[in-house]
Design a protein around this ligand. Structure first.
Ligand code: ATP
Length: 514
């Protein structure tokens, strides 16, 4: 585990050193859990968003996009339940003065017990070798049984307390299980309180006309309140979807793990409106469809798993997360929820408008049911970075750091490098650049040795380097170097567009989804 944490630290500093992600307001010592995307990061992020947007809106004739405002009428958040219930239970430690989420402290304790059980099993597996029967061991070993019992008991108490919204019981669990502050190591806890995660600000210029508005904590509500507008102006027939990419804001209590949990982040959400009674069929469809979208990038099929929710929000009748194996464990990257007709019904109730759909085939009006797919751009970005990062030992004792980014997502597709800065090579390199730049993100670089320039492009994840040398000026060929294999081949300049299109085009990934 410690090793994985080291790897994660290296990824975070790599992201800064190579222009992917900077801490926000760094010259003022930063701002908690807010980050800026740098010159390479923004390209990678835009490519991720393009992949999602095109998969939704180009590949599905019945999905259209919108871009709704961040500020919305405050009653929307009353209707959606966010004003009353978008809370996390927080607890402070009086010694360290640190603030924690009570639920996370308890979940970490459960994970610790799990760890103990797994370690016991691993030890036994080593001891018994091929003869080891893990299922039998888990059923009979006294230490494992004791820990399983402890875990189940804790889990049951925790779940009940969360379901009942019982803050005193959450505190009692922390006391009973002797959970200590990871910083101070003490048990000097305050009571547990609810903390609303929405940021509030004021709109309007005069004292009488100002009203409290919120920075949206999710983009989804902008879709629900535009349901009728889009359905009517787009002449959409159910089933159909509305997609949106945009910023969301949450005043997270504990914001750590880099861009995994931020206070300002970006979501890609799609709400799919269906006939009542057909929602579970569509839930299954989107569950599979979304996993295929992730896997088509080729980051490794074993890195994903579903986590089906046992405890459902009161308005949902099915929910699952797609989790990705980050260096700090499997973590949620995307949520897929069957939200019933809750949101549209609530907005009908609070706005007093009729929000229904007339289904000509059935000759009846109804409030559509909704399947939501909701993925965080930043968590997706992090999963791509983490699974692409490699420190490679090369023959001859040399090492390199390489980002094996999916080629279609790489910020720069091709670096164009004149071997030396004279003899007409820079001019030739610019000529090639001018030919390619309309279709591919290219980068011209003539500083340092070619070897150093290759390493720099490897660290940024550039799939191809084109080197212009003396021979180029004679026969219009270049060397094309592959990031992953480091092999070089001589190719005609005229063939470069076709090679780059074949290897780096987003269309190739999109086609895998059909
Ligand atoms: P978590 O349990 O990790 O707080 P959540 O279940 O509250 O996440 P949702 O409300 O389902 O998250 O939001 C959908 C997606 O938005 C998440 O799967 C995640 O990718 C992203 N997301 C949510 N909160 C954050 C955040 N603070 N920073 C970055 N991304 C986030």
């Amino acid at each position: 585990m410690a090793k994985q944490e080291d790897v994660f630290k290296k990824i975070v500093s790599h992201a800064k050193e190579y222009g992917f992600v900077f801490p926000s307001s760094e010259i003022y010592d930063g701002l908690g859990a807010v980050y800026d995307y740098a010159q390479n990061g923004v390209e990678l992020k835009n490519n991720i968003k393009r992949y999602w947007w095109e998969a939704m809106t180009l590949l599905h004739e019945n999905i259209v996009g919108i871009d709704s405002a961040i500020f919305m009428h405050p009653t929307i958040w009353k209707a959606s339940g966010h004003v009353d219930a978008f809370n996390d239970p927080l607890i402070d430690n009086r010694d360290s003065k640190k603030r924690y989420r009570a639920d996370v402290l308890i979940e970490d304790e459960i994970a610790k017990i799990e760890d103990k059980i797994n370690k016991e099993c691993e030890k036994a597996a080593k001891r018994f070798g091929d003869k080891f029967d893990e299922a039998m061991f888990r059923q009979t070993n006294p230490r494992v049984l004791e820990n399983q019992h402890k875990r189940d008991e804790l889990h049951a108490r925790y779940e009940k307390a969360m379901n009942d919204n019982d803050l005193a019981e959450l505190k009692q669990i922390i006391v009973d299980y002797g959970i200590v502050d990871p910083v101070s190591g003490t048990k000097n806890w305050t009571d547990v309180r609810q903390f609303n995660l929405m940021f509030k600000t004021q709109m309007g210029s005069s004292a009488d006309s100002t009203m409290d508005v919120y920075l949206r904590p999710e983009t989804a509500q902008g879709i629900f309140v535009n349901f009728l507008n889009v359905q009517k102006t787009g002449r959409m027939r159910i089933p159909f979807g509305i997609a949106q990419i945009g910023k969301a804001f949450r005043n997270e209590i504990v914001a750590r793990q880099f861009i995994f949990r931020m206070r300002e982040f970006e979501q890609m959400e799609m709400q799919f409106f269906v006939r009542p009674g057909e929602e579970l069929k569509w839930f299954d469809y989107w569950r599979e469809q979304r996993l295929r979208w992730h896997k088509a990038l080729g980051l490794g099929d074993d890195k994903y798993r579903f986590h089906d929710h046992e405890k459902l929000a009161h308005y949902a009748n099915a929910a699952t997360d797609i989790e990705f194996r980050m260096p700090f464990g499997f973590k949620e990257v995307e949520g897929i929820h069957s939200r019933t007709d809750f949101d549209l019904s609530q907005h009908a109730k609070f706005s007093g408008k009729k929000i229904q759909y007339f289904d000509a085939e059935l000759n009846e009006s109804y409030t559509p049911y909704v399947i939501e797919t909701s993925i965080g751009v930043d968590r997706m970005f992090l999963s791509v970075m983490c699974s692409s990062y490699e420190e490679q030992q090369l023959d001859g004792g040399d090492t390199r750091v390489v980002l094996h980014l999916p080629k279609a997502l790489a910020p720069i597709k091709c670096a164009i490098l004149p071997l030396v800065r004279k003899d007409g090579m820079p001019e030739k390199a610019h000529e090639i650049m001018n030919m390619l730049k309309f279709d591919f993100a290219c980068h011209y670089e003539d500083k340092d040795t070619v070897g150093k320039r290759y390493r720099r492009q490897d660290a940024i994840g550039t799939p191809y380097c084109v080197t212009v040398d003396g021979q180029t000026l004679e026969d219009n060929t270049v060397t094309l170097r592959d990031r992953d294999t480091m092999q070089q081949q001589r190719v005609a300049i005229a063939d470069l567009p076709a090679i780059l299109a074949r290897e780096c085009s987003l269309n190739n990934v999109l086609r895998k989804l059909m």
